[in-house]
Design a protein around this ligand. Structure first.
Ligand SMILES: NC(=O)C1=CN([C@@H]2O[C@H](COP(=O)(O)OP(=O)(O)OC[C@H]3O[C@@H](n4cnc5c(N)ncnc54)[C@H](OP(=O)(O)O)[C@@H]3O)[C@@H](O)[C@H]2O)C=CC1
Ligand SMILES: Nc1nc(=O)c2c([nH]1)NC[C@@H]1CN(c3ccc(C(=O)N[C@@H](CCC(=O)O)C(=O)O)cc3)C=[N+]21
Length: 298
């Protein structure tokens, strides 16, 4: 059996087109472009990939991109002060503080400082709470993108067994909430899970949100499973390579022989995430200006 390779780029292109139209209409109505600010403290390989793709996409869709790169030793007060300035800046509709932050910073306090109306990651206490309560809210881009891909492929996936590997506030936890809302039976695995292969063998849907290159082996997966690989892992550069390859959390070539469908890395979940970030930014922009979104196909 050879698996379908889910084309995240094609999915993202469709979403970007709809967002681009809305961004043009927003500019005409509001007299300014929708704006997204990204703050990166220090260096993180996955964040570098994200910031690069994001800057290009924002401008291409007719939105404004503000990028702030701060040194790794930035003090807490300085970072919080920057978030507060962005909260108060009317040209900024979305604020994204790249995670993980360097260890000396209090991540939860920084996240809590973001205005929930500008929280395009959906991780402020207000928005995370709203998600759990089933209220309309901004939702973290990667899990939302994964859910959109599944809806597109499957329509209804009520009753399916889903295993999410990873429980971060940005990815694993909101993923679980979204799949629960779709009536999946959700299991969350993490670093203390005893028998990951045993759990995965039962899973109709697997979402990998770990950050360990090729941790999940092909023969751990149930025949016919659908696998969404969110891992963005940069391998060491080999001889003659300027940069190492990007790989996911799933051993892709092995998985092809077992599963029904799988997202590649790159070109899968990550590609979709960027488009969803654009979507969340335009949704926030319309709301922040008190405008009705003319389109509910987002
Ligand atoms: N494609 C995209 O758009 C995005 C990709 N990412 C990528 O997804 C990956 C995960 O990101 P993020 O959630 O932020 O990462 P975190 O490091 O915050 O979380 C990783 C999770 O994986 C769990 N874990 C670690 N090792 C194992 C293991 N051996 N077996 C089972 N579980 C394990 C951890 O468990 P514990 O809680 O017990 O420590 C933790 O819950 C990264 O590669 C990141 O770059 C992230 C966001 C967006
Ligand atoms: N607050 C916060 N929110 C995040 O959503 C967040 C974060 N911090 N920290 C880092 C991770 C990582 N992440 C990626 C998203 C898209 C690509 C992406 O664009 N990938 C493309 C391009 C890859 C390439 O350039 O080769 C792809 O997979 O096809 C990568 C990585 C978001 N993250």
């Amino acid at each position: 059996m050879s698996a379908t390779i889910i084309d995240g780029k094609a999915f993202a292109a469709g979403l970007r087109e709809r967002v681009g139209k809305l961004a043009g209409e927003f500019e005409a109505k509001a007299g300014r472009k929708a704006g997204l600010a990204v703050v990166l403290v220090g260096e993180d390989p996955a964040s570098e990939v994200y910031v690069r793709s994001k800057g290009k996409a924002t401008v291409a869709l007719g939105m404004e991109s503000f990028e702030y790169r701060l040194p790794a030793d930035t003090p807490q007060e300085e970072l919080v002060a920057m978030v507060e300035r962005l909260n108060a800046d009317p040209s900024v509709d979305g604020i994204l503080v790249q995670l993980p932050l360097p260890k000396h910073l209090d991540e939860k306090a920084v996240i809590a400082a973001v205005d929930p109306d500008k929280d395009v990651d959906g991780i402020t206490p207000t928005n995370a709470g709203r998600l759990v309560l089933g209220m309309d809210t901004l939702v973290s881009c990667t899990p939302l993108g994964c859910t959109m891909i599944l809806k597109d492929m499957l329509g209804d996936f009520s009753g399916m067994d889903a295993v999410i590997v990873g429980r971060s506030i940005l990815f694993g936890k909101p993923m679980a909430q979204l799949l629960l809302a779709e009536n999946c039976t959700v299991t969350m695995a993490h670093s203390r899970t005893r028998d990951l292969p045993g759990l995965l063998r039962r899973a109709d849907i697997v979402v990998a949100a770990v950050g360990v290159p090729e941790l999940i082996r092909g023969d751990w997966l149930k025949p016919g499973a659908i696998v969404l690989d969110g891992g963005i892992n940069r391998l060491e550069a080999g001889p003659g390579e300027a940069k190492g390859r990007l790989v996911g959390d799933v051993a892709f070539d092995e998985a092809l022989d077992h599963v029904k469908a799988i997202t590649p890395v790159p070109g899968g979940v990550g590609a979709t995430t960027i488009a969803v970030l654009m979507r969340n930014t335009i949704v926030a922009a319309y709301r922040n200006e008190g405008l009705d979104l003319p389109d509910d196909t987002l």
